[in-house]
Design a protein around this ligand. Structure first.
Ligand code: SAH
Ligand code: MG
Length: 196
């Protein structure tokens, strides 16, 4: 039986950006407290966060999307080792190509940071009215707050994209977002159900 600790170590050694401890603790607590049962995850990597979420309760069902073939295969192996194949369905696709008509209690966005607005706009249609969209890595190792800490051009571009996404969430009339300074920074977006 593979242990979660082994997956965590493997991820760190291979620079696979799985959720940080504080972030995943927050996420699992949120799922418990809000009685979330159906989850769509964008960005499975090797299945770590999906496994953590599935282990909360046998009734939780997760669909998770990963575009990288190797990570997808590693995720399948890890999910099988935990005997969670009934609870976790993993799809090998680019989330911008995939589509579903299913509706979820939670949509967890944890994939390519440059595409967060696209993921949000595409998958908000798959959210139940009372559901939540959670986005990870909104602080991006502190670079969103202090962009001058990097001189790398690609990183600067990415930081700009995350800043755009934060502005998009702040200005969004359809959703209200709360920003949580835990792990690498998390956004909690809920539909604004109030009538104007
Ligand atoms: N949620 C995981 C970590 C995901 S890391 C955990 O905490 O355990 C981000 C992953 O998103 C990477 O494996 C990357 O290959 C994948 N990804 C990036 N863009 C994607 C896209 N457009 N569609 C599907 N997967 C994507
Ligand atoms: Mg992340």
């Amino acid at each position: 039986m593979v242990q979660l600790r082994i997956i965590e170590e493997y991820a760190h050694q291979n620079k696979i950006p799985i959720m940080q401890k504080e972030g995943i603790e927050f996420l699992t607590k949120y799922i418990k407290e809000n009685n979330i049962k159906t989850i769509l995850e964008i960005g499975s990597a090797i299945g770590y966060s999906a496994i953590k979420m599935a282990l909360i309760d046998k009734k939780i069902k997760i669909t998770t999307i990963e575009r990288d073939q190797k990570r997808y295969e590693e995720a399948i192996k890890n999910i099988n080792d935990f005997k969670l194949n009934e609870q976790i369905k993993i799809i090998n696709a680019d989330a911008l190509d995939f589509s579903t008509t299913d509706k979820y209690d939670l949509i967890f966005i944890d994939a390519a940071k440059a595409q967060y607005i696209k993921f949000f706009e595409k998958y908000k249609h798959n959210l139940k009215d009372t559901g939540t969209i959670i986005s990870d890595n909104l602080e991006f190792h502190g670079l969103v707050k202090n962009p001058e800490l990097t001189t790398n051009r690609n990183t600067k571009q990415l930081v700009k994209k995350i800043q755009n996404y934060i502005d998009f969430l702040k200005q969004n009339k359809e959703f209200n977002t709360e920003f949580i300074k835990l792990g690498d920074g998390i956004g909690i977006s809920k539909k604004n159900l109030q009538k104007n």
